[in-house]
Design a protein around this ligand. Structure first.
Ligand code: PMP
Length: 320
């Protein structure tokens, strides 16, 4: 795609041209404080000429949970949102790895603290996001001096845009201090997550990760990897509170999430992790995740929603 933006967005029930999807500047102020969003990936399979959306249903279910928690009324069903996303990907000709972002926001009511309306608006935008799986990318991380927000302040388990201010502070600190990534501890001093990803470690051959009550997002990638580790690799899995120093003595540590996919960590707070290179469990999971998400490995077909680009190519090819 030569354009720097997609041709279409989906906005409140309609597919609209990018240029036409505008709002007034005074909407900038409070508009996204209570907004929630999703980050979803579609993986392109060149051989099949098709893109597959990874765990679309689970992402849309989480979007509706997020809306419920911040008191935004749902106007569209999972079926309607699924159709909207697949059509958008087809009409934007997304023949590459693509990020899909639905954003639900408060569409009416006072733009102050007092009073609120549950009326929601929703837009969906797509953009190219090449996968870095199997590219050998490895990062250096720092345990942040900032703590993760907790459920009694604002709920980290859903994707409310306001939550991300916390992660941004940690990410900025890490970058200014010369690291690639931050890892935040929760209010109890246990490992929580990174600003945009969950944390997994390997200890004595077991895959260990903070459980969902440790101030983390209920991550869909985390869930996928725990299942693959247990069911396909036969690994033991522990979901539990994780101490900070367990990070330093782990055999392997990696981040996981839709955008981060699987991102191995080579060093945390100047402690080298393993031999500083991605370990065997990380590599095995990375291979499985890549092949399943891209539709190279036929396992878990329920995790892949075909976009319909292959069909479209055949239809337009037949017309030529
Ligand atoms: N934690 C945070 C704070 C995130 O923003 C993300 C990215 N959505 C994740 C974890 C990973 O979640 P998922 O696997 O569902 O993308």
């Amino acid at each position: 795609m030569s354009e720097t933006h997609p041709r279409y967005l989906w906005w409140n029930g309609q597919q609209v041209r990018w240029e036409e999807a505008t709002v007034h500047v005074t909407e900038l102020g409070w508009s996204t404080v209570g907004a929630v969003f999703e980050g979803i990936r579609a993986y392109w399979n060149a051989e099949a000429g098709e893109a597959y959306v990874f765990r679309l249903r689970e992402h849309l279910e989480r979007l509706l949970r997020s809306m419920r928690l911040v008191r935004l009324a749902t106007r569209w069903s999972i079926g309607e949102l699924t159709d909207a996303i697949l059509r958008l990907l087809r009409e934007n000709e997304c023949r590459e790895d693509t990020y899909i972002q639905p954003v639900a926001y408060r569409a009416a009511g006072p733009k102050t603290l007092s009073g609120f309306s549950e009326e929601s608006g929703l837009y969906i935008v797509t953009r190219p996001m090449p996968s870095h799986l199997l590219t050998g990318r490895i990062v250096r991380a720092k345990v942040s001096s900032w703590r993760r927000i907790s459920d009694e302040v604002m709920p980290p388990r859903v994707k409310n845009i306001s939550n991300y201010r916390n992660g941004q502070l940690a990410a900025m600190e890490a970058q200014l201090d010369g690291y690639d990534q931050a890892i935040l501890l929760n209010q109890q001093g246990k490992v929580a997550e990174a600003p945009g990803a969950c944390v997994m470690l390997v200890r004595n051959g077991k895959l260990v990760t903070p459980d969902v009550t440790q101030s983390i997002l209920e991550s869909i990638t985390r869930d996928a990897l725990l299942r693959l580790a247990r069911e396909e690799l036969g690994l033991q899995v522990e979901e539990r509170a994780v101490d900070r120093t367990e990070l330093y003595v782990a055999e392997e540590v990696f981040l996981c999430g839709t955008a981060y996919e699987i991102t191995p960590i080579g060093e945390i707070d100047h402690y080298q992790i393993g031999d500083g290179q991605p370990g065997p469990v990380t590599r095995a999971l990375e291979r499985l995740y890549h092949d399943i998400a891209r539709g190279i490995d036929p396992r878990r077909p329920e995790w892949r929603t075909p976009v319909g680009l292959a069909e479209r190519a055949t239809v337009s090819g037949a017309g030529n």
